[in-house]
Ligand binder design. Structure first.
Ligand code: GDP
Ligand code: IMO
Ligand code: MG
Length: 427
């Protein structure tokens, strides 16, 4: 058994895409199992940069099968757009891509509803990616307005159900926004049936496929989207995404029991970032935060929004690691911290004068959390060319040792630049 999972332990964008790409050649199948095109995973190889939102990173490698499992929500237009972009760049996408017929479909009313709901929260807005992800998952849980990929191939019932749903969505949206421009069910049906025809060769029962593959000894690589602290059940609710984006989501999203996974890799940035609203105890609203944003090019892959930046928060990431059950860490973007005089790592919170190493369950407690820092010396050397652990400056090794110690997990992979080559495997 040598299947692996790659899980973000922070608030997303930990550089999971790079790690999945790095590990792809030790596996046969890459599986995306939750989230949708709110994700943006970057892979840099052979001088080329690829940004993938819905397609698993495995599509970039020949001989690998990529699976989009039931827990993903699919905007077919975005999905096909990504396939087309890859084909334009001569990346073949054909029978190497499988899409679950159980995966739910994002419709235009999901995007419209999200815009209205986010606006209604005013300054408390979640700061979502506006892709209709949360509203699609909400309809999935509600069932009445839900539609799955498999439904697109039952044309008569699809048209009929969509017509019923759109009547209700128009009523709802008009109540929330009186000048809402009515959606046309017949037009949407035609559009989506067109997408369905193009996607037909890929759509299948991926759960049976994965079970058979496991029985044949195939090695699976699970590609997490978002991060553990954005998990709908375990994250900083309500400032989270709408799926189980910690390790907890692998089983429910893919239909593959976690007992089939032998290695859980927790991906962290060497610091912390967050996009959108919500508490962020170690946030740096100062020149150091701006320096990290500039050097790390911390602007959202999906929305282009500037990412909020702060020190490494071991309370938050440690919690992410525990709920996700990770065995080891991949520490990413370490190069970004070069040139700073000193570095801080948050080792505890103080909330109303009480010290804790537990991540608070209520958002208002988290908002009160004052970080307790351990301060370490910086290294002020360019480390982006380092390829061996022993070649790091002493201060860099001390920083990595500190992260491993506080997180209670070994650092097995270190990244010092976006390129595949800029990676160090600790032994
Ligand atoms: P993901 O969503 O977790 O896959 O991460 P993103 O792709 O959204 O963001 C990570 C960004 O960091 C991407 O632009 C990567 O190319 C870049 N990156 C990955 N590893 C490193 C690294 O070690 N150093 C630097 N400077 N950039 C990196
Ligand atoms: P990857 O896979 C970082 C954030 C949004 C917002 C919250 C809810 O690239 O790491 P949503 O649109 O999901 O309802 O937004 O979650 N968010 C992400 N932040 N990386 C992501 O994905 C994210 N996907 C969603 O910014 O705060
Ligand atoms: Mg991202």
């Amino acid at each position: 058994m040598s299947s692996t999972a790659v899980i973000g332990l922070q608030w997303g964008d930990e550089a999971k895409g790079k790690i999945v790409d790095l590990l792809t050649d030790q596996h046969d199948i890459v599986v995306r199992y939750q989230g949708g095109n709110n994700a943006g995973h970057t892979v840099v190889c052979n001088g080329q940069t690829y940004k993938l939102s819905l397609l698993p990173v495995g599509v970039l490698r020949p001989g690998i099968v990529s699976v989009v499992a039931p827990g993903v929500v699919i905007n077919p237009r975005a999905f096909l757009g990504e396939i087309d972009q890859l084909r334009e760049r001569n990346v073949p996408v054909g029978d190497n891509l499988l899409v679950s017929d159980r995966a739910h479909v994002v419709f235009p009313y999901h995007v419209a509803e999200e815009a209205v709901l986010e606006k209604s929260r005013k300054s408390d807005a979640i700061g979502t990616t506006m892709r209709g992800i949360g509203t699609c998952y909400r309809d999935k849980a509600g069932r009445t307005h839900a539609m799955r990929m498999g439904d697109l191939y039952h044309v008569d019932s699809f048209r009929q159900r969509l017509a019923e749903i759109v009547i209700q969505k128009n009523q709802l949206l008009t109540a929330l926004l009186p000048d809402f421009q009515q959606l046309d069910a017949a037009k949407i049906a035609e559009e989506y049936l067109g997408y369905a025809a193009r996607l037909a060769p890929h759509v299948t029962d991926t759960t049976s496929y994965l079970h058979t593959a496991l029985a044949q000894g195939k090695r699976l690589l699970f590609e997490g989207a978002q991060g553990s602290l954005l998990d709908i059940d375990h994250g900083s609710f309500p400032y989270v995404t709408s799926s189980n984006s910690s390790g907890c989501g692998i089983h429910n999203g893919s239909g593959v029991p976690e007992r089939n996974i032998s290695r859980m890799i927790g991906v962290v940035k060497a610091y912390t970032t967050r996009v959108g609203g919500g508490p962020f105890p170690t946030e740096l609203n100062n020149s150091i935060g701006q320096h990290i944003r500039d050097v790390g090019k911390e602007y959202g892959t999906v929305t282009g929004r500037p990412r909020r930046c702060g020190w490494f928060d071991a309370v938050a990431a440690g919690y992410g690691g525990r709920i996700s059950g990770v065995d080891c860490l991949a520490v990413m973007l370490l190069d970004v911290l070069s040139q700073l005089d000193e570095l801080k790592v948050c080792v505890a919170y103080e909330i109303r004068g009480e010290r804790t190493i537990n991540f608070p369950s209520h958002v208002e407690e988290l908002m009160l959390a004052q970080p307790v820092y351990r301060t370490l010396p910086g290294w002020k050397t360019d480390i982006s060319h380092v390829r061996k652990l022993g070649d790091f400056p002493g201060a860099t090794r001390a920083y990595l040792d500190t992260l491993a110690e506080i997180m209670g997990r070994p650092v097995e992979i270190i990244s010092v630049g976006p390129d595949r080559e800029q990676t160090i495997l600790a032994d």
